[in-house]
Design a protein around this ligand. Sequence first.
Ligand SMILES: NC(=O)c1ccc[n+]([C@@H]2O[C@H](COP(=O)([O-])OP(=O)(O)OC[C@H]3O[C@@H](n4cnc5c(N)ncnc54)[C@H](O)[C@@H]3O)[C@@H](O)[C@H]2O)c1
Length: 235
Amino acid sequence: METWLLDLNISKAEAVAESIKASGGSAYAMQIDVSDADAVQDASQRIQADYGTPSALVTAAGIIESVSTVLDADLEAHDRLWAINYGGTLNACRSFGRLMREAGAGSIVTVGSINSYVALPLPAYCPSKTAILRLVEMLCVELGRFGVRINGVAPTYVLTPALQTRVDAGNRSLDTMLKVNALKTMVKPNDIANVVSFLLSDNARAVTGHMMPVDAGYLPTTTFASFAGGQPWPD
Ligand SMILES: NC(=O)c1ccc[n+]([C@@H]2O[C@H](COP(=O)([O-])OP(=O)(O)OC[C@H]3O[C@@H](n4cnc5c(N)ncnc54)[C@H](O)[C@@H]3O)[C@@H](O)[C@H]2O)c1
């Protein structure tokens, strides 16, 4: 099975491809800006011509923004974020989804966020991730009768190397993040990969149109925190 890594940052995609090859897999990297619908369409055609219709698609490209108010956010940066986070997801789902529809099989997983469900002061990021959830629901109905499933994952703060660096530098607090986390453990990149892998697999053959929080209980814990004292037991 071949894996294609499509990313704007080609050296990052190549490094991941190399690690897949090192563990016995077959992988290729391709540089692409997912906000460019024509480029995504060309890539899908090239991959199909050389290797046939992909059986799985994961749309993970995304950027984050600095905390801001809606009223004062920079509109140009807002539109660029939307073009990548929502537009990139849409472009990939459309181009590869058409191929899967034609083939009568396929599974798609998009990457949303806890911000697909709840708001934080990130005026472009939050609605872009909510829109991805709606897209998953619409495409579930549209593609289901062609044997194509689509789901999403909604991660909370993930302890990526980038976040670890910020924690080490004192710019982010693990205690603060863990306070709103029922399991009192940080979510790691592999936790996300495992759920993506399940959703893509035949074990999830009856699951479509949903976005699964991978949040160690963040969503219910935050609603508890806002209610009279937060929790029915002492700290
Ligand atoms: N890290 C977290 O805590 C967290 C939490 C919730 C959701 N997410 C989501 O997970 C996904 C991956 O995030 P990450 O934390 O691994 O960040 P990351 O920066 O490591 O990965 C994002 C990738 O998207 C690529 N990218 C950016 N713009 C692109 C473009 N225009 N075209 C193609 N590729 C582009 C980047 O080069 C990078 O490889 C994102 O969608 C993000 O919103 C992350």
